[in-house]
Design a protein around this ligand. Structure first.
Ligand code: 5GP
Ligand code: SF4
Ligand code: MG
Length: 460
């Protein structure tokens, strides 16, 4: 999911949020929502669909306020329906609260039990609503926003980057491991105008300046008095999701003063060093495989070419293709360039193989276009374990590398050779000398303990 927040009295906060969410659309296409606070009252609009489908000028004009929070949803827990769209809005003793969540809470059962003792009825089925209700419970017991929120976070286990709107200001929070990203930006010269966003690309689009990341286990509280920081967690231990770097984030977003694009190119450099093979062209799977393909080409000396063209306008559509279309494969999204590929030995670079279904169809399309050999190179290690922290990589039995060797996968997707980046090379390319990243989907070493029933539901 993508989250965004802005505190900027006298600015058009809903419009700023709209453009911020627009830049974060890659983080979730299922639903979008914005809540604004105006004179302590909340206004909101949310629905299924892309940001550009959910909002129009007149809706945005209605969403007046001094602050706003927004969300784009990528379904992880809770079914795919409008009631699960965020921000989640709950009422408290001190007024409304609007919460936008990126991540996944792992102790939902425990939380649900705890909250149902307090007679809450659940409107939706998401873990995000549960966090909002946990804060509301603490506030209703007499705590202020800050103490209420911190008390609630102390019993929320899992991954959560949150942007929370309240009548007095907005909050930005990261869990003690900082699994999901969250950055702070400033808007204009006025020091009280702050922006919170999942990625820096959402700051760029509205002309905000990157200030710094919200730290793991930190809460920032932005009000008319400025930005106050609270380190609420005991022994925070950074574990940013490495899959954010490899696949999920936008290439123009910046992490540790470097664009994700440059980082992914470096993965390609390491990949070429580890698994060079002779060929005529290097091509990448658009979009996320392109930077690594360019990197592979730079080190191998084999020319990079565009061999697959992506239709950038394939949104989430509820209209299913015809049976004949379905049988012809994935051509709706990616189309091969026949005259580029014909008669050539191809190195096909992608960022990851999850189920292997996309890769298999792509390889067939490239062969049908006349390629004589297809060598697949993957700029991350085999995905062998499911994610419990907010990226929906299926149950373990659906992950092709969980049950099959590299040779078996090579046969299954019908390539002439297949190689993955080693875990060590990924570690090096990431500069992760202090183990500050989660890489559990490649290792099974989960940094946050997963309760047994949840574990059993996804692991083989
Ligand atoms: P596969 O061959 O496993 O079917 O698909 C691999 C492709 O899916 C890669 O191009 C990769 O960029 C993309 N991918 C990787 N992780 C995810 C994920 O968590 N969700 C989705 N929808 N796609 C992913
Ligand atoms: Fe990211 Fe994988 Fe860790 Fe999930 S398990 S947070 S996808 S690195
Ligand atoms: Mg991809």
């Amino acid at each position: 999911c993508g989250v965004f927040g802005v505190y900027a009295p006298s600015e058009e906060v809903a419009k700023l949020t709209y453009f911020g969410l627009y830049a974060l659309q890659h983080r979730g296409q299922e639903s979008a929502g914005i809540a604004t606070f105006s004179n302590r009252q909340v206004n909101h609009h949310k629905d299924m669909g892309l940001v550009s489908q959910v909002f129009n000028e007149s809706i945005l004009n209605r969403l007046v306020g001094e602050s706003a929070v927004g969300h784009v949803r990528y379904s992880t827990t809770g079914s795919s329906r409008a009631a699960n769209a965020q921000p989640a809005i709950v009422e408290t003793r001190l007024g409304s609260l609007a919460l936008a969540h990126n991540g996944n809470i792992v102790n939902v059962m425990e939380l649900r039990e705890k909250l149902s003792q307090d007679d809450y009825t659940f409107v939706t089925t998401t873990d995000s609503e549960m966090i909002a209700l946990a804060i509301a419970t603490e506030v209703d017991r007499g705590k202020d926003w800050l103490d209420g929120a911190i008390s609630a976070f102390n019993y929320c286990q899992g991954a959560y980057s949150l942007v929370i709107g309240a009548p007095d200001g907005i909050m930005g929070v990261r869990d003690p491991h900082g699994i999901r990203p969250l950055v702070i930006g400033t808007l204009g010269q006025n020091p009280c105008r702050y922006v919170l966003a999942s990625e820096t690309c959402a700051l760029d689009i509205i002309g905000a300046e990157y200030l710094r990341d919200v730290e793991p286990g930190e809460l920032v509280w932005i009000t008319e008095e400025g930005l106050a920081s609270f380190h609420w967690a005991q022994k925070p231990q950074p574990k940013l999701c490495i899959f954010e770097m490899i696949y999920f984030s936008r290439p123009d977003s910046v992490v540790e003063e470097e664009t994700i694009y440059t980082y992914r190119k470096r993965l390609g450099h390491y990949l070429a060093k580890e698994s060079f093979t002779d060929a005529d062209l290097v091509i990448g799977v658009p979009d996320s495989g392109i930077p690594a393909a360019i990197g592979f080409s730079e080190v191998s000396g084999i020319p990079f070419a565009e061999g697959l063209i992506k239709n950038r306008y394939v949104g989430r559509t509820f209209i299913q293709p015809t049976q004949a279309m379905r049988e012809s494969g994935i051509r709706m999204k990616l189309n091969p360039l026949k005259d580029v590929l014909s008669g050539k030995r191809i190195i096909l670079v992608d960022d990851s193989i999850v189920r292997g279904t996309t890769s298999k169809k792509l390889v067939k399309a490239i062969r049908d276009a006349g390629a004589t050999e297809v060598h697949m190179r993957i700029s991350s290690p085999p995905v062998t374990h499911p994610c419990f922290y907010g990226i929906d990589t299926d149950n373990q039995d659906q992950l092709i590398a969980a049950t099959k060797s590299v040779d078996d996968i090579c046969q299954q997707i019908s390539v002439d050779s297949l190689a993955y980046l080693s875990w060590e090379a990924m570690h090096h390319a990431t500069g992760d000398h202090q183990s500050n990243f989660c890489s559990a989907c490649f290792t099974g070493n989960y940094p946050i303990a997963i309760p047994e029933p949840l574990k059993r539901s996804k692991l083989m």
